[in-house]
Write a protein that binds this ligand. Sequence first.
Ligand code: ZN
Length: 488
Amino acid sequence: MHSKLVIYNTLTRRKEEFVPLKDPFVGLYVCGPTVYGDPHLGHARPAITFDLLFRYLRATDYKVRYVRNITDVGHLEHDADEGEDKISKKARLEKLEPMEVAHYYTDRYHSAMEQLNVLSPSIEPYASGHIIEQIAMVQRILDQGFAYLSNGSVYFDVEAYDKKYHYGKLSGRVLDEMMANTRTLDGQSDKRNPFDFALWKKASPEHIMRWPSPWSDGFPGWHMECSAMSTKYLGETFDIHGGGMDLMFPHHECEIAQSTAACGHDAARYWMHNNMITINGQKMGKSLGNFITFEELTHGTHKLLSQAYTPMTIRFFILQAHYRSTLDFSNEALQAAEKGYERLMKAVSTLDKIQPSATSSVDLHDLEARCEAAMDDDLNSPMVISELFEAVRTINQVYDGKQKLSAEDLADLKRVMHRFVFDILGLRDDLARDNSQLLSSVVDLVLELRQQAKASKDWATSDRIRDGLSQAGIKVKDRKDGSDWEVE
Ligand code: ZN
């Protein structure tokens, strides 16, 4: 059953009921990483925000095609289309092939996502694998008269576009003001206007990543890949486009202009943007020394960190804030998230230890409806978490014998807790994992003692240990050089 999901549409600047084009199918496109550096804290927030959306849509019976791209070409250093290609530059500095750089950091990104329990999208297209589609779309925009060829490069004609459609509808920027505020061109540029952006760039002789096109040997502009790949996999009109707020301008504004210029209408019906993470109140940036990679976070090796934080603590920390609010990272906030996460996981495992009573003394029947209502209100995950903590208090009271739950109510509470904690919020019980490591160490220790008993021919102790472990559900297999064990 679908629920009544309401999402804040950045395009219309208001909350709207979500109605997909072709119920129950939902097309979701999210801008993925540019793979030229280690995954960092800034990658975690959009990934987790749209993972939450993906999970919730699936949990409410939508069939979602989730496309999240990998940018491995065309993202230049300055203003998206000036300067060196970010991947090329890294390759040049490290004496690698650009595709080696892209592959290495794509692997690192995937590993971080797996640790954060972010589900793999349905399709993960690479920009470099869709050059033909991008060239075709550039040609469509040229044919419609919204682009011009200049010295082998193709630029989007923002002024011509603005006359027919309105440029700036997502970011709220007004072209006249942009014209007044931008520097004039220095005569070196191929652009007619400084706010025009590249659809195709002619490659300079030293530029490594290049493909043939009708206009020049070159490469696509950064914004082009998302328009081309979303159209290819989701169609000319699709449901939701997401990404970080930092991508709203110019990237998403340009995507809208490209799709509208090529197809005559907007591509995405709902735009969703997650807010940014700040660090001790400051914007995260390499020059500020507060740029924290995922590995530094999980190993505690950055100078701003007082300890290492597990991926689940980071996930819980991000879910504790609404995705449209800023989220300030600090050791205190992360430590509070760690405690909160552990308290929630303990309560979920406590549920398995509770003995049901004949009747219930508490009523938790509306827990699921309250959690759903919170999710329906523009993915209000902090509200879901506070509802779950209400349930945690009750679970602990029942376990302490202060309240009672019938077998039926207990089973239902387990179902609801599992659905929201694991399936929808996407948390994973890493404490249980720790417990399994604990079990391993204890069993290994006991078997070492049994080995010593055998060595001194103390068969009674040796058998006592084997039988005791067997009663506890652990089967010991004797081998020549010691013993193995498994949980039966
Ligand atoms: Zn994009």
